[in-house]
Design a protein around this ligand. Structure first.
Ligand code: DX5
Ligand code: ZN
Length: 227
């Protein structure tokens, strides 16, 4: 059975002075989800948005707001990001000693719980978390910045897909997704593709058509590969 492919543009590549209209533009051009990268300058070497900014984005998101927390500690902020209107909250397995409790806390807010794996972390790190998880995010770059080169994690994706079995757990790929790299990760078992630079390149709020063309190029590359 083929699973639907979800494209989740990362607004890390949007115009930081115009998030509301950027979100509306990518949704009008066919985005399935909106991916929000929260960075704390500690767990990752970059600093982005806190809960008030995420709450402001929410007013523009009509689809699904997918909030990727690259912060440590993460537990004290879960409630605030849930209140800010996240639909999916993803925490890193490397962000603290108690990821099991973190996922319980996310589920406890009524939101979908995601768990992310850095490139150096093996698939087995989430083996005992799969019944508490709605999504596993496989990082295909070291988190912190957009526009980095894709790291091939095909074996990890395949191992996760086998481990997940028939559980309703999605596999999300984050980092360096392009029409060149997308077919491989989808063939290995990915459902959700996060893409920042590959979606936003060449477009703007004033000229949003390239956003649509870029997302179509990713989708078409996958369809061509399975045809
Ligand atoms: C990296 C972020 C990604 C990033 C992806 O730390 O989690 O979501 O924005 O950007 P691209 O698609 O440009 O690699
Ligand atoms: Zn991300």
């Amino acid at each position: 059975m083929r699973r639907p492919l979800i494209i989740a543009p990362s607004i890390l590549s949007a115009d930081f002075a115009d998030f509301g209209r950027e979100i509306e533009a990518i949704e009008a051009q066919g985005a399935d989800w909106v991916h929000v990268d929260v960075m704390d300058g500690h767990f990752v070497p970059n600093l982005t948005f806190g809960p008030p900014a995420v709450a402001a984005f929410r007013r523009h998101v009509k689809t699904v707001m997918d909030v990727h927390l690259m912060i440590a500690p993460v537990d004290p902020s879960i409630e605030a990001f849930a209140e800010a209107g996240a639909d999916v909250i993803t925490a890193h397995v490397e962000a603290g000693p108690h990821i099991h409790r973190t996922l319980q806390a996310i589920r406890g807010t009524g939101k979908k719980a995601g768990v992310a794996l850095n490139p150096g972390t093996p698939a087995e790190a989430v083996q005992h978390l799969l019944d508490l998880t709605d999504l596993v995010c496989v990082m295909t770059v070291n988190p912190g910045f957009g526009g980095q080169r894709f790291l091939d994690m095909t074996d990890k994706i395949r191992a996760l897909r086998a481990m997940i079995g028939d559980r309703p757990v999605q596999i999300e790929i984050d980092g360096g997704v392009t029409p060149e790299t997308a077919p491989k990760v989808v063939a290995a078992g990915a459902d959700v593709l996060v893409a920042g630079s590959a979606v936003f390149k060449g477009g703007s709020v004033a000229n949003p058509a390239p956003y649509g063309a870029n997302m179509r190029a990713i989708r078409d590359s996958v369809l061509r590969a399975v045809a």
